[in-house]
Write a protein of this length. Structure first.
Length: 386
């Protein structure tokens, strides 16, 4: 094993004002494993304050939430695939995959060791294609996404298995763009989004039906031919009904990527396969400076981008306070959403949202439906929007 480039990875000297005089202090080294929504936003937030190293195996970030609409409008791929080159001003992005996380270092798959004072693991989750990349090859992701969009455009019937946020939003996107495609959405629950007020799910149900989507509720698919990619064929429901489709799209949920945390001493996985964490999102009682963030952390939040909007600012503030001399325990504990907001556009113009109350088309369109937050993330990645 080798220690990577001590010249570039050592703590940087910076000036801090104290008693009206400028003194030199060493910058803490923060290593973030994973450059998805959580890791990239935290790296950006911490870049002015610490020596940031972001470890990410892919050359570009993929805005997976917008990949839903890219299935019906593949031209969006040009805007939602964002290279890491301009993400950080002072820090660095290393293309690599973390093999193990230690108390003061991260070891990469090729054996290189990156020293750290603080480590945040934010390796995210996997999902069926084409919503998230499967491999490290961004070119392959784009090719797969374009091929799936072409299959969808050539289809006359689509079955979506799973009526969570991805499946419901996709059903709306297809129906809004292709009124010649029969869309069937299958939900295992009797009501859409049963964890939210009934009014919210009922409003979505009505809007989907108005778009021409056929909803099948309270039914599961007995055996899905492929859980990780769209395919042609049929599905059989628990009541024996067989539904044929030109394209079957699985949307059955995310799977957290836990490999970087498995060897941490004392770490425990929850029933959902996520790392149990303490009130400061530490997954190991032995490593007081190692934190888990986003989909891999069993915080009480769902595996959603909305969870990141709460977790990342909290962690950035906590880490800055630690850099300024507080202990972790002297900082504020993390509190998850009691019930996270949910924005569900059904195409660019209509939809429903729950933001502590149920809202309809205008709020959903202005907050998410029109832009899908693409301009926001292109700005984070230092890119001009087109």
């Amino acid at each position: 094993m080798t220690v990577l480039a001590q010249r570039t990875l050592r703590p940087l000297s910076v000036m801090r004002k104290q008693n009206k005089e400028l003194i030199f202090v060493d910058k803490k080294r923060l290593v973030i494993v994973g450059g998805g929504y959580a890791g990239a936003e935290l790296a950006k937030a911490m870049d002015p304050y610490v020596d940031v190293t972001l470890i990410e195996p892919r050359a570009a970030f993929v805005m997976s939430s917008a990949a839903i609409r890219a299935m019906v409008d593949p031209s969006l791929l040009d805007r939602i695939i964002m290279p890491y080159d301009s993400l950080l001003t002072r820090g660095r992005v290393i293309r690599g995959r973390a093999r193990t996380v230690g108390e003061n270092s991260v070891t990469l798959a090729d054996g290189d060791v990156i020293p750290a004072d603080m480590v945040v693991v934010a390796t995210g989750s996997t999902y069926a294609t084409p919503f998230k990349p499967v491999s490290e090859d961004i070119v392959e992701f784009r090719r797969t996404a374009e091929a799936t969009a072409a299959k969808l455009a050539a289809s006359r019937s689509v079955v979506i298995v799973g009526a969570g946020a991805v499946g419901t939003e996709l059903a709306g996107e297809i129906a809004a763009m292709h009124d010649d495609i029969k869309v069937t959405l299958i939900s295992a629950d009797s009501n859409l989004f049963p964890d939210y007020p009934r009014k919210f799910g009922a409003r979505l149900h009505r809007k989907l039906e108005k778009l021409g989507v056929e909803l099948v509720t309270g039914q599961r698919v007995k055996q899905l031919q492929h859980k990780d990619e769209p395919h042609a064929g049929s599905v059989t429901l628990t009541d024996g009904t067989v539904i044929d489709a030109d394209l079957v799209v699985p949307a059955v949920g995310s799977v957290p990527q836990m490999s970087a945390l498995r060897e941490l001493p004392g770490s425990v996985l929850s029933a959902k396969g996520r790392a149990k964490v303490d009130p400061w999102l530490r997954p190991s009682p032995s490593y007081q400076n190692v934190f888990a963030l986003g989909d891999i952390a069993d915080t009480g939040d769902g595996m959603t981008i909305v969870a990141i909007t709460r977790q990342v600012p909290w962690m950035a503030k906590m880490l800055r306070q630690v850099v300024d001399g507080r202990t972790v325990e002297q900082t504020k504990r993390y509190k998850p959403w009691q019930r996270a907001p949910l924005l569900l556009p059904l195409g660019s113009q209509i939809g429903a949202s729950w933001i502590f109350a149920t809202f309809g088309n205008w709020v959903t369109r202005k907050m998410k439906g029109e832009s899908l937050f693409i301009p926001k993330y292109r700005k984070i990645f230092g890119l001009k929007d087109t």
